[in-house]
Design a protein around this ligand. Structure first.
Ligand code: DGJ
Length: 740
């Protein structure tokens, strides 16, 4: 049993293989958080001593001792307007104007298996691998109940959390904030590691000490965003890749989100994570309930690398529903950077024919195939093929692509509507708009109001029809602007604050139906590259296009940042042409392939524009990828370099430690360089490994033959490898290690 309740001391203990989470029912039935850390057999209620702290008030019944204050005690789920001045988790308000929540323990129950959430993506696990604990708290004044839900994945070292609110009172309650989880860490010096960025430069890691005050990481853009990923790590100040305590909080949600981090007057750090509150409110009529998205939490004392591997495994095994998650993915060629919108049947067939000769397995027809889409300012919503570009329709094109021996994939952006489209002309009211105000426009398009069930239904039917009528085996689901002008004519005034979350529920409902009905279709998520790279989307899409920036050197940092939370199996990565279309850089072909091999691997170029040698190179790259794809998709991932300006190296290791792929890219060649040296990780020390030097792109005068051909795991991990001097722009080395 991973969940236990000790009635005498009223302590709840949740155990995973390597972590332990504890809380207790304290005085006056306040639920106090007591511990989250290494697994052990102890109870930590003794740690939290009462003290009289000036201007931190006491609950009425405990006023006499002055020692107990909600403002100084670690809370399990913070209330509001009741004496805890730190970040609240919930902000309710009744019709009578009663605000805040004084949450007290009412009851609890535990059972085998994992709770489910209404209309939201969530981690899953069988009865044998998970347990659920539910603890109900209630606020007498508003009648609001908060059922705290915990899913314990013992062997995965993950605890999921969510909250189910219920209005058990007599009048309606409006939730102005409804966080998914609150985590109080009463002691220690912590750094916050978070992943911020912008379009074409997503998930740049930033590590900073947690200092007094509140730091908020959020997106109010209607999607999880390029700017702030809904994943944050708190780690010990000295923590590194292989050592130190780390906590991960990953929100399983693709809409507005916020993670607030506060260092309070007592030295306690509070993290509250959930739906972004700026555009959120939810009205609960008497008896109604509301589920928050869930947070995937993990703790390890073995450093950031281990924390990443916990999340990678968990996402692959307990979050992604698609059967593609564990399956070999087709090597694809995408038409976007090959032709942009300038496509027609002839061009696509030409691409397909050439791609097939190189070993590509699936051709993706990106943007430009539908309606009057000659420019990117029109036709979104008109999801029928342009007769001018595709005279034989999608079916005619797909048949021919299939005859070449290639599978076919299609790009769509179904959440959007162009003002210049047939759809808009017949349904101008379907776009999100505030009455009497000109809507804000992004990429000259507007957003469909998916909070309205009939519009979500139209979206489902439109995509389902495409999939039913055509042999489409892959979908790239794009989304290319922020959501603004939140107002839905279908909702009454007092529910307008629900629009943004209802949009997400509408989207999830459609994704759920489509992925269930078409389980053989591989769905790749996308939002102008990696703008919606989050656990919510990963529940439906086993892979997400990581960034519109396909420059291999820029990708080093983007993919590295992404790797802290998300597995390589989910990272859409392609080799593109040079000079690179986003940066103008020319990186060696081999380096571009080595970097794309840390993801799903494919191409984003026109093979006809390549030399014979380059085409031959592609054949070799694809056959090498086939050699390592299982390893990349399912192996353990190790970052070998910290923030390192000279070079970036990483490694995949198979579960049984029999096979490994090592890659290094030198980004800063020097005139008189220091030796280039790195140690490998994750191998078996006593195992002997054969080293196959499979790529040395841009490395002048060496072939790998003069370097060690066989070494023990111990030598590779403790002594490491030293590389000969590397010259030129962005050279790289890739080594395949196989147990002898
Ligand atoms: C943004 C995507 O990230 C690109 O890969 C491409 O599909 C374009 N949209 C098409 O408009």
């Amino acid at each position: 049993m991973s969940i236990a309740f000790e009635p005498k001391r009223k302590i709840f203990t949740l155990k995973t293989d390597h972590s332990m989470y504890q809380m207790m029912i304290g005085p006056e039935n306040y639920l106090l958080h007591t511990y989250y850390g290494r697994r052990c057999g102890d109870a930590f209620d003794y740690l939290h001593l009462e003290r009289d702290c000036g201007f931190s008030p006491n609950p009425y019944a405990l006023a006499a001792g002055r020692g107990f204050s909600l403002d100084t005690m670690p809370q399990e789920y913070s209330g509001s307007n009741g004496g805890d001045f730190r970040i609240p988790s919930v902000l309710p308000e009744t019709d009578e104007g009663i605000r805040g929540a004084d949450l007290r323990y009412v009851k609890h129950e535990s059972r085998r298996g994992k709770y489910r959430l209404d209309g939201l993506p969530a981690a899953f696990g069988g009865e044998e691998e998970t347990e659920t604990l539910s603890i109900t708290l209630a606020d007498a004044a508003t009648g609001l109940e908060a059922e705290l839900l915990y899913g314990v994945f013992e062997h995965a070292d993950v605890i999921t959390r969510a909250v189910r609110f219920r209005n058990a009172g007599k009048s309606p309650v409006v939730l102005r904030k409804a966080a998914s989880a609150c985590l109080d860490l009463p002691f220690g010096d912590w750094d916050l590691l978070h992943f911020h960025g912008r379009h074409a430069m997503e998930r740049q890691p930033e590590r900073e000490p947690v200092t007094a005050g509140i730091k908020v990481l959020s997106s109010e853009r209607g999607y999880s965003s390029h700017q702030h990923n809904p994943f944050a790590i708190l780690c010990e100040r000295g923590a590194g890749e292989d050592q130190g305590e780390c906590y991960g909080m990953m929100l399983c949600y693709s809409g507005n989100h916020q993670t607030e981090v506060e260092l309070d007057q007592t030295g306690l750090v509070r993290v509250v994570s959930g739906i972004g509150e700026r555009h959120f409110s939810w009205k609960l009529e008497q008896g109604a309930s509301f589920d928050t998205p869930e947070v995937l939490m993990s703790f390890t004392d073995e450093g950031l690398g281990k924390l990443s591997r916990i999340y990678h495994r968990f996402i692959r095994h307990n979050l992604c529903c698609s059967k593609w998650t564990a399956k070999k993915r087709p090597v694809l060629l995408n038409s976007w950077e090959a032709a942009y919108l300038d496509i027609d049947e002839e061009k696509i067939l030409h691409l397909a024919e050439n791609a097939k000769k190189l070993g590509v397995e699936l051709l993706v027809l990106d943007d430009g195939w539908f309606g009057e889409r000659d420019e990117d300012n029109r036709a979104l919503g008109d999801w029928t093929p342009s007769p001018r570009k595709l005279p034989h329709g999608l079916n005619g094109l797909i048949q021919k692509v299939n005859e070449f021996g290639l599978r076919f994939g299609l790009w769509i952006e179904p959440e959007m509507i162009s003002e210049n489209s047939r759809l808009y002309r017949s349904h101008p009211d379907w776009a999100l708009k505030v009455p009497e105000r000109q809507p804000s426009i992004g990429r000259e398009q507007m957003v469909l109001d998916l909070s309205r069930p009939e519009i979500a239904e139209w979206m489902y039917k439109t995509v389902a029809r495409l999939l039913r009528e055509n042999n489409i085996e892959y979908i790239k689901w794009d989304m290319n602007r922020s959501v603004t002008d939140l107002y839905s004519p279908a909702l009454p005034a007092d529910r307008q604050g629900e629009t943004a979350h209802r949009y997400m529920l509408g989207l999830y409902n459609v994704m759920d139906r489509l992925t269930t009905e078409f389980p053989n279709v591989l769905f790749e998520g996308c939002a102008g590259g990696g703008g919606r790279f989050d656990a919510g989307m990963l529940a439906y899409c086993p892979q997400i296009w990581c960034s519109d920036n396909t420059d291999a050197i820029a990708r080093l940092q983007i993919q590295r940042g992404t790797s802290y939370g998300y597995p390589a199996s989910a990272i859409g990565a392609h080799v593109s042409a040079c000079p690179n279309h986003q940066t103008g850089r020319t990186a060696p072909f081999g380096t571009r392939a080595a970097v794309a091999m840390a993801g799903t691997f494919g191409y984003e170029l026109d093979p006809a524009k390549l030399s014979e040698e380059e085409q031959e190179e592609i054949r070799k790259q694809i056959s090498r990828f086939h050699e390592v794809e299982d390893l990349v998709r399912e192996g353990d991932y190790y970052r070998l370099t910290e923030e390192n300006p000279r070079f970036t190296a990483w490694q995949f290791v198979s579960e049984e430690k029999k096979k490994s792929l090592f890659t290094l890219v030198l980004t800063e060649p020097a005139g008189n360089p220091l030796p280039l040296h790195t140690r490998l990780k994750g191998l078996h020390p006593e195992q002997c490994y054969r080293l196959k030097w499979v790529e040395y792109a841009g490395c002048r005068n060496w072939t790998g033959d003069e370097l060690p051909q066989s070494l023990s795991g111990a030598a590779l991990m403790y002594g490491g490898l030293t590389f000969p001097r590397m010259y030129g722009d962005d050279p790289s080395v890739q080594i395949l290690l196989e147990a002898e």
